[in-house]
Design a protein around this ligand. Structure first.
Ligand code: ASP
Length: 474
């Protein structure tokens, strides 16, 4: 049976078998020491010169070789303890060594925190970069936060439901990633920008309380803290008003901080609710940093920004179908958001004045989530799409399923979708979200380890009915 490094301090005098990586090897004349590393930590192993064969084998060891070591857990001689390691009072006196895998010299230092190493290299050899204790800790913190969310929501009777990845475009303001269909030549799936329409359809289905740790895909231009794919805690509730959704979110986030990050201080509870207008007037942004002391690593200033305008004027984007002319009204959040104004007031000429039941969730100057109460009257929803410049037949083609579903007894509903990546980044004090994602992409959307995106084989293209137009040489 294997013993983990973290369990060795309780096994003084016992024979143990350890497995892991050689962190460092030190030659001290006749003795050889190695620091053996597993996911839980490091322990010192000593090879005694009495066993010549064993010593000769230990002499071959190099950093990152994978080994199996049998030996006795011993207290270290006095004066040789290392108070910085949890296993610093003990060491393993090796009796047997088996080399399970050799390793090439790694392209960079694995023992450091890694901030000093060029990111391209770290991403190319991500499986080595992840051996760094800092990154393993980030992955584990992420897992704990997600588990907490799941437990909390299950206790509140939410059901976690998976929604499709191969789907149809959801208009949430970004470009879609598309997937060609082999069976339906010339047709495409889109990867979801979020499960927005599915979660609303689950409300029609009577699920009432849904959540999902959902992957979202948005083909946007490079911006510092964005990834082509990212993770959200996506949730939706029927018969709930704004205050119930914000209250639930607040309780969940206070729970996460107080349980998993007890050293951190939340600046204000309940979280302040600031109107969009006040935020813009007072702070000049809709994601204000409300920390009292911005140098304090442990301060968390959560807030909800509420009362957003429904529409904003968007200059022409020639790549969209509605991109002709000088511009159009676009939804500030998304078209499914409920407008506060009366039915009679909802028209294109009033677009600028219409106010939405939308809320954003901010933390320390970052937008960490957003949501809204949804418009569940299919006629008003159709009107919203029209104000946004869509033709009647396009609305039916793109959203017919939703408008139809809303004719079969739709409960009033609303939801929110806080991002996981930014939250973990802030709680772990990391400078960007790539540090808390196992396999992130570069700023220009490449996976340097898998070398993706990449070209397809001619046969694959043919099967997918795709012809590539060669880019003209410049
Ligand atoms: N789907 C929205 C988003 O991803 C959030 C929501 O309205 O629930 O921003």
């Amino acid at each position: 049976m294997r013993t983990l490094t973290k369990d060795t301090p309780n096994k003084i005098g016992e024979q143990v078998t350890l497995m892991g990586w050689v962190n460092v090897r030190r030659d001290h004349g006749k003795l050889i020491f190695i620091d053996l590393r597993d996911r839980w930590g490091i322990i010192q192993v000593v090879f005694n010169p009495k066993n010549k064969e064993l010593l000769a084998l230990a002499d071959k060891l190099r950093p990152e070789w994978v080994v199996r070591i049998e030996g006795i857990v011993k207290e270290r001689p006095s004066g040789m303890q290392n108070s910085e390691l949890p296993t610093g009072n003990i060491e393993i006196e090796a009796a047997k060594l088996e080399i399970l895998a050799e390793a090439k010299t790694p392209p960079f230092d694995i023992a450091s925190d890694g901030h000093e190493i060029g990111e391209d290299n770290r991403l190319k050899y991500r499986y080595l970069d992840l051996r760094r204790p800092r990154l393993l800790k980030n992955l584990s913190a992420r897992d704990k936060i997600i588990s907490f969310m799941r437990d909390y929501l299950h206790k509140k009777d939410f059901i976690e439901i998976e929604t499709p990845i191969l789907t149809k475009s959801t208009p949430e303001g970004a470009r879609d990633y598309v997937v060609p269909s082999r069976l339906h030549a010339g047709s495409f799936y889109a990867l979801p920008q979020s499960p927005q329409q599915y979660k609303q359809l689950l409300m029609v289905a009577g699920v009432e309380r849904y959540f999902q740790i959902a992957r979202c895909f948005r083909d946007e231009d490079t911006r510092g803290d964005r990834q082509p794919e990212f993770t959200q805690l996506d949730l939706e509730m029927s018969f709930a008003e704004e205050e119930e959704i914000l209250g639930l979110t607040e309780e969940l986030y206070i729970g996460i901080v107080e349980t998993l990050y007890p050293d951190k201080k939340i600046s204000q509870k309940p979280f302040p609710r600031i109107s969009y207008k006040d935020a813009m007037e007072k702070y000049g942004t809709d994601k204000p940093d409300l920390r009292k002391n911005k140098d304090d690593k442990n301060e968390l200033a959560f807030a909800f920004i509420v009362d957003f305008p429904m529409f904003e004027w968007k200059k022409t984007d020639p790549s969209t179908s509605s991109g002709q002319g000088k511009g159009r009204w676009d939804a500030v959040h998304h078209p499914f958001t409920k407008i506060k104004n009366s039915r009679e007031e909802i028209s294109e000429k009033n677009a600028e004045k219409l106010s939405a039941l939308q809320y954003d969730f901010v933390l320390n100057g970052y937008e960490i989530g957003g949501g809204s109460i949804r418009e569940h009257d299919p006629e008003i929803l159709e009107k919203v799409f029209e104000i946004m410049g869509n033709k009647k037949e396009d609305i039916r083609r793109q959203f017919g399923h939703l408008l139809e579903a809303f004719k079969y007894g739709v409960p009033p509903h609303g939801g929110i979708a806080p991002g996981i990546d930014r939250l973990v980044m802030i709680l772990e004090g990391e400078p960007n979200i790539r540090e808390v994602i196992a396999f992130p992409k570069t700023g220009d959307g490449r996976d340097l380890m898998m070398n993706s995106p990449s070209e397809l084989l001619a046969g694959q293209l043919k099967e997918l009915h795709i012809k590539i137009e060669k880019q003209k040489e410049k």
